[in-house]
Design a protein around this ligand. Structure first.
Ligand SMILES: Cc1ncc(COP(=O)(O)O)c(C=O)c1O
Length: 413
């Protein structure tokens, strides 16, 4: 197999090709870097399609094309049956708040919904607010602190004939664990519930297949996978058609427009298509004639081992430092159940102090709960302290991990 082309990968990113050494970008779960071709696509759209959709003149026609291309690209990325199933908006949280209103129109007081102790607030708060508004019963699904995942045996007792929704993440933004959505989804669907999956932290690392997962909705954000600030939600076409949207009276009732309120962010949509094309062309020997979904599978396949190798090095290095606890899967044999997001605390030194020391050495990491409020509580962590979170992406290097480990050692020893 060809060695991983790290130099050519890094050269695609303006932020990594400036004066050396560049900062170490390990803040990826909060937002990733953007390749040059995405920046160009956004700029180009602002020059050529700076117009609203649906008119007779060229700039508007180009905006229409950009809108359609972005929905097709996102359908390829998520494995959707059609681009009619793709809703694009400002970010995952806003889209989820928005869709929760429509979902709520199909629910009645006393209906039950399940949220998890593992999720980011973006997939908890919208449902708690909906429950408050409608008088729904909220049930909490814990994660197992030995396997670090949500286990079917914890879901089964929560399901009843009144369960209408399970909101669950594919991968955690704190521990990095990946849930077995296929199994959990099948259980919830057998009970008659809809399944809303938060894939925000999965898509930067692995290619989802929404149809194979068996869920009803799948949400993600393109700024977490090397693109512009947009959110995307896939929903099953028959369900999206049946739900009653919150929309303006004169907005089309066609899918997906009935769920896309207001004027679309055309330039960012152009950037989204370029981002998905970037992922499809990762590596340099991909046959351009192959369908984009097949090229995406190859592109993602190229960096999985690289990311896993860096995770192994980072976790092994952290475990050698006295006082450090890594909160997540540490056994390399189980790494297929985690993404390369690694969180830790130190027995004495504050997480914020560690992150501040690293920032002084131009190493970007996050500290705190990072909206993983429930996971922090479930692990008995101080909410404000949370964890130090290091998030690896496909452009990080072994040398950067060494540099980070040395800096952490200085901060805690
Ligand atoms: C797992 C997860 N879900 C949801 C979100 C919210 O995404 P957005 O900023 O697009 O609303 C984040 C953001 O960090 C996240 O990590």
């Amino acid at each position: 197999m060809n060695p991983y082309p790290i130099a050519s990968v890094r050269s695609a990113f303006p932020a990594l090709s400036g004066a050396q050494p560049t900062p170490v970008y390990l803040d990826n779960p909060a937002g990733t870097l953007v390749p040059r071709m995405v920046v160009s696509a956004v700029a180009d759209a602002m020059e050529t399609a700076s117009s609203n959709l649906g008119a007779y003149f060229d700039a508007s026609r180009r905006a229409d094309e950009i809108w359609s291309e972005a929905h097709r690209a996102a359908a390829d990325l998520l494995g959707a049956a059609s681009e009619r199933e793709i809703i694009i908006g400002p970010n995952m949280t806003t889209l989820t708040m928005h869709l929760s209103r429509s979902i709520g129109r199909a629910l009645s007081p006393g209906d039950e919904i399940i949220v998890t102790r593992m999720d980011h607030e973006g997939d908890i708060s919208p449902w708690l607010l909906l429950a408050e508004d409608l008088g729904l019963v909220v049930k909490w699904l814990p994660f197992n602190t030995e396997t670090w995942r949500i286990e079917p045996e914890d879901l089964i007792p929560l399901l009843t004939p009144r369960t209408r929704l399970l909101a669950i993440n594919h991968a955690s933004n704190m521990t990095g664990s990946i849930n077995d959505i296929r199994t959990l989804s099948a259980l919830a669907k057998d009970a008659g519930a809809w399944v809303y999956v938060d894939g925000v932290q999965f898509v930067p690392h692995l290619l989802p297949d929404v149809q194979a997962l068996g869920c009803d909705f799948y949400a993600c954000s393109s700024y977490k996978f090397f693109g512009p600030h947009l959110g995307i939600v896939w929903g099953r076409e028959e369900l999206l058609s049946a739900l009653e949207p919150y929309k303006c009276r004169c907005t089309s009732d066609e899918l997906p427009v009935r769920f896309e309120t207001g004027t679309p962010q055309t330039e960012l949509l152009a950037g989204l298509t370029a981002t998905i094309d970037y992922l499809a062309t990762l590596g340099d020997d991909v046959d351009q004639l192959e369908a984009r979904r097949a090229r995406l599978a190859k592109g993602y396949g190229r960096f999985a081992d690289h990311e896993m190798g860096l995770s192994r090095k980072l976790i092994a290095g952290l475990e050698q430092l006295p006082g450090i606890t890594v909160h997540g899967i540490r056994n390399p044999n189980r790494f297929s159940w985690r993404v390369p997001t690694i969180s830790f605390t130190h027995a004495q030194v504050s997480t914020h102090q560690i992150a501040r020391t690293l920032a002084q050495q131009r190493i970007n990491v996050w500290s705190g709960h990072n909206y993983a409020l429930e996971p922090a509580r479930h692990l008995g962590l101080d909410e404000d302290e949370g964890v130090v979170r290091i998030g690896i992406a496909h452009y990080n290097t072994e040398e950067e991990i060494d540099r980070t480990l040395n800096a952490i050692k200085t901060a805690v020893c």
